[in-house]
Design a protein around this ligand. Structure first.
Ligand SMILES: [Zn+2]
Length: 600
């Protein structure tokens, strides 16, 4: 295949590029702001040792500190967007490096701030917090003070911060092995060519229609990991021990509560999620049974999970069409939402097309003083239309948070970060289901959503459960041996996929290749975020005013409350099994529709 010729950036129509002049008119303006950093940082340093003097002093410091952060955010946003336009442009890359190192240096220079706040006497702090001049900062300060019972003496903190680089090592070792050292054998692809397997090719081969190719790729993956299994058991044991060290030195009850503490999430949320999913495994088993029938296989193996049930559906979606779809899909959210979305499309917040040197992928990125920009590499596929809806979801969440909150409360937590983006995808999904007359498109959409449920809800909760089990073992002083890891993984996997799957024993090593097990109880957020988005979109589609207002309220809330409270206000109470159940019943209905549509 001849290499695709990419257009140069200068040949892209202006209306399909983002307008960064909304942020800085010229590089000179950026440079002028950049040179202001030092003086502003110096001013802030003068407050060191004085924060306990009075409420007005503390208030003045916090205000100036916010202004300083806003300046850094703005400089950084411009530099990184500019650099992503053309990654080969070394001048832009140089500016990005300059602001990055200023960021890190400023953070280090301001490291005295949190400990100084912690040292302020409780009664003095309480009187500060009731002072009107600190009204804007009460929530910010309370969030810092929550950490007091888990903060140690100055010398102990120094030791802990020095240990940080060491506790990173298990992950670094895993990552080096996984990305740099590991080599997979050659396998035979669909056309009969010998190709060296890679991580990227593995996911493609898992979707291959030829079972032999899937099976060979699966074997190539796991027999390779089998050669490193003892080492990888040690790196995983190492990261679990690092989490345990962190939890114990900082006086947390256990590793799970230590990880959930910053978002103020109770352990029961985590356990509820696992229990609700376990109670509903028959829905997944039903889907697995349907896959087996549809693929017409005598037995179903783990390498049969990713083959699409709907063959070769391709549709060309011109940019204007995608914009029109998304506009229609979000209409139930009301006029303010639609108005901002129109602005995003007409005021050039989006860099639409691929061109030479541009960064790949898609993201939404902005700061308090910029538009919430989006980078896309739009290629007229249905999936890139969904990416547009997704990134607009992020960007509008950012827009509402920054417009309705002070800077200090504007940055929403990772825990809710994927909710608005997934809600938009669900709205587009529903719009297309409702309006299309094409059976093929409906089947494609139904299949796609079923797969989302399997991979984002069930698979991530399976990971979350395994993660919990291995941490729990370590806490009870039981050794995490290779045999134990394999046994736990195989048993959990068998329970999730059910009796119809005749899993190759090699799947017991899947834990060895998943980077997320090094992230400290992270994956459950995929499942809660997705389920919350499904529950919210179902609510929005009822067109009840109160539910739509509650959703817009969620977008506006930013970080002004704990993430759970923000979601509860929007109608999704994750302390109850209800939102997960609502999401799962959507899965059941979708599966039923898919079966009907395929005449089964
Ligand atoms: Zn996203």
């Amino acid at each position: 295949m001849p290499a695709k010729k990419l257009p140069e950036r200068k040949d892209i129509p202006t209306e399909k590029t983002w307008d960064l002049s909304l942020l800085y008119g010229s590089l000179d303006d950026w440079e002028k702001d950049f040179t202001a950093i030092d003086a502003k940082l110096k001013e802030l340093q003068q407050f060191s040792g004085k924060l306990s003097e009075s409420a007005p002093t503390l208030s003045l410091f916090l205000k100036q500190s916010d202004d300083f952060s806003r300046l850094l955010d703005k400089l950084y946003t411009y530099a990184h967007l500019k650099s992503d336009e053309d990654t080969a442009n070394s001048a832009n890359h140089g500016n990005l490096d300059r602001i990055k190192s200023r960021y890190i240096a400023s953070k280090a220079a301001m490291a005295w701030f949190t400990p100084e706040i912690m040292r302020i006497d409780d009664s003095v702090m309480e009187s500060f917090l009731s002072d009107a001049c600190l009204k804007t900062y009460v929530w910010t300060l309370r969030k810092i003070l929550r950490h007091k019972p888990h903060t140690l003496s100055e010398n102990e903190e120094k030791l802990l911060s020095m240990s940080g680089e060491i506790t990173q090592l298990p992950y670094n070792a895993f990552s080096m092995l996984n990305n740099a050292d590991i080599r997979f054998p050659e396998i035979t692809d669909e056309e009969g060519n010998k190709v060296e397997m890679t991580h990227g090719l593995y996911s493609r081969f898992m979707e291959s229609k030829k079972r032999e190719v899937r099976k060979e790729a699966f074997k190539a993956m796991y027999t390779t990991f089998d050669r490193f299994k003892h080492t990888l058991a040690v790196t995983l044991d190492g990261v679990v021990k690092a989490h345990l060290f962190h939890a114990r030195t900082r006086n947390y009850a256990n590793t799970l509560s230590a990880s959930l503490f910053p978002d103020n999430i109770k352990e029961e949320i985590y356990h509820n999620l696992i229990k609700t999913i376990n109670d509903n495994l028959p829905i997944l088993h039903d889907y697995i049974a349907f896959r087996k029938d549809k693929l017409n296989l005598p037995d179903l193996n783990m390498y049969d999970m990713y083959v699409p049930l709907i063959e070769d559906y391709e549709i060309k979606v011109p940019w204007e069409q995608a914009c029109q779809w998304v506009k229609e899909a979000v209409k139930p959210l009301g006029s303010e939402y639609s108005g901002v979305l129109d602005e995003a499309l007409s005021k050039r917040w989006i860099d639409v097309l691929e061109c030479r040197g541009k960064r790949s992928g898609a993201y939404s990125s902005g700061c308090y003083d910029s538009a919430p920009y989006m980078l896309l590499n739009y290629n007229e596929t249905l999936s890139s239309a969904f990416t547009l809806a997704h990134e607009l979801g992020h960007s509008l969440h950012t827009w509402f948070s920054t417009h309705y909150q002070d800077y200090t409360d504007s940055e929403y937590s990772i825990f809710v970060a994927e909710v608005a983006s997934t809600t938009n995808e669900m709205l587009l999904w529903n719009y297309l289901m409702k309006t299309t007359k094409e059976d093929k498109l409906r089947q494609y959409l139904l299949n796609h959503l079923c797969e989302d449920f399997r991979t984002t809800v069930f698979r991530q909760v399976q990971f979350a459960e395994f993660e919990y089990l291995i941490h729990d073992m370590a806490e009870k002083g039981k050794p995490l041996t290779l045999e134990e890891l394999n046994r736990l993984y195989y048993d959990t996997n068998s329970r999730y996929y059910g009796p119809l799957v005749n899993a190759d024993r090699l799947i017991e090593l899947e834990w060895a290749r998943i980077p997320h097990f090094y992230y400290d109880f992270y994956v459950y957020k995929y499942a809660t975020g997705f389920s919350a988005a499904v529950a919210l979109s179902e609510g929005i589609l009822t067109k009840e005013k109160s539910r739509i207002n509650a959703y817009i309220g969620f977008l506006k809330a930013g970080a002004s409350k704990d993430p759970l409270a923000v979601l509860t206000d929007a109608g999704v109470d994750l302390t109850s099994p209800e939102p997960i159940r609502t999401a799962l019943s959507k899965f059941e209905i979708t599966l039923k529709q898919l079966k009907e549509s395929l005449g089964q």
